[in-house]
Design a protein around this ligand. Structure first.
Ligand code: UDP
Length: 369
């Protein structure tokens, strides 16, 4: 019987573990250096019975049928559709900036004029990345583009990434485009929701198979297991002992506050692009409609990732980082029976569904070999 070692018990590691254990009937050992499974999707119920997302809000959303079908074997989801509120000039409105936002932040007549111009210029329901949106010829639309750039993107992105929106790969800010629509949701995916028993429980169930053994508090470098295949979901530079240099990441930390009130804010996530040093405040009880006289909020502060000090959260897409990653990828290709996946293994800003999709696709590749 072949043995597979999987480094990392997050969504990527758990998905590939399950597929191998179940469909190839092979032994799988999953190790994780943390004292818990589920990676950065880890959640837990606190003493007030509120489900806390330890590493920040995780909202599941996907258009991938195979990912949705796979996950639904292990959990049911609620019908939560995510909205994000941003406070712009003290006014609460929805982002991505959309046609409704116009009427929240501008006088009615101005909003109407801008809406008409937008609908002449762009197709209804189109999504326009901010860096493209700022290239307007019409002076009214140029005014709007400058406004959105300044009020939504400039300061938030500077806090989040330490650089302005034009200095970061356009794909990052394009995740939150200007949306020529009355749809005020954050995501438009067909399937959205929060696992009813939480992410940790979902991943626990994925890993719950007679062929799978999980070892926590176990670093790859300390692991004595022998194996036929290796799946590495840690950071690829770490695997190669940083021989070409460190891949940069952004990190975040959360200041948790327990408050003696049923609700603190009007929504699960409220962004503060232009105010304060934190980027956003999460209020976790919204996700599963937890009932408690108390509430828990988390203020999110961004910072550089420093090895040994904090966690890796966001790969930083840029041509030089991509070139560095390619050096590691080239080395990885030389290795037999060794596969890299996940946000850190692939150095890609995956959402949860993309990480699972990547693991499902990798499994298909392996069985064809
Ligand atoms: N962004 C912004 N203002 C906002 C929300 C997002 O400038 O109010 C930009 C920012 O650069 C951020 C990126 O859009 O990093 C992607 O946002 P998203 O909410 O997708 O980030 P995540 O939830 O993955 O941290």
């Amino acid at each position: 019987m072949k043995t597979n070692l999987i480094v990392g018990a997050g969504f990527s590691g758990a998905t590939i573990a399950r597929k191998i254990a179940e469909e190839l009937n092979e032994k799988v050992i999953v190790i994780d250096s943390k004292d818990h499974i589920a990676g950065n999707a880890y959640d837990y119920r606190d003493k007030n019975d509120i489900m806390i997302h330890k590493y920040g809000s995780h909202i599941f959303h996907t258009n991938f049928e195979d990912v949705w079908t796979f996950l639904n074997r292990f959990t049911s989801f609620n019908t939560y559709m995510h909205h994000v509120i941003a406070v712009i000039d003290g006014i609460e409105t929805t982002i991505p900036f959309n046609l409704r936002t116009l009427y929240d932040v501008f006088p009615h007549s101005l909003a109407q004029k801008l809406e008409t111009k937008l609908l002449t210029q762009f197709k209804y329901n189109s999504k326009v990345p901010i860096l493209e949106f700022t290239k307007q010829k019409d002076p009214d639309l140029q005014f709007l583009a400058d406004y959105v750039y300044e009020k939504v993107f400039l300061h938030y992105t500077s806090k989040q990434w330490g650089v302005s929106p034009d200095s970061i790969d356009g794909a990052v800010t394009a995740r939150v485009p200007v949306y020529i629509s009355c749809d005020t949701r954050y995501f438009q995916d067909k399937y959205q929701g929060i696992p009813l028993n939480g992410y940790t429980e979902t991943i626990k169930r994925i890993l719950n198979h007679p062929n799978i053994e999980v070892q926590l508090n176990t670093k790859f470098t300390d692991c004595k297991e022998t194996y036929d295949r290796l799946f590495y979901t840690g950071s690829i530079d770490e695997f190669f002992n940083y021989k070409h240099g460190k891949l940069p990441y952004r990190s975040v930390h959360f200041k948790l506050e327990e408050l003696n009130m049923p609700y603190y804010q009007s929504n699960s996530v409220v962004n503060y692009p232009c105010n304060y040093d934190f980027t956003r405040i999460h209020e976790y009880k919204y996700y599963l409609r937890d009932t408690s006289d108390k509430t828990v909020i988390a203020k999110e502060y961004s910072e550089d990732f420093i090895l040994g000090k904090n966690e890796r959260y966001y790969p930083i897409p840029s041509p030089s980082n991509e070139a560095l990653y390619q050096k590691y990828l080239n080395e990885a290709k030389e290795l037999k029976n060794t596969y890299f996946l996940g946000r850190l293994g692939d150095y890609k800003y995956y959402d949860m569904d993309k990480a699972i999709k990547r693991a499902l696709d990798l499994f298909k590749e392996i069985i064809q070999q």
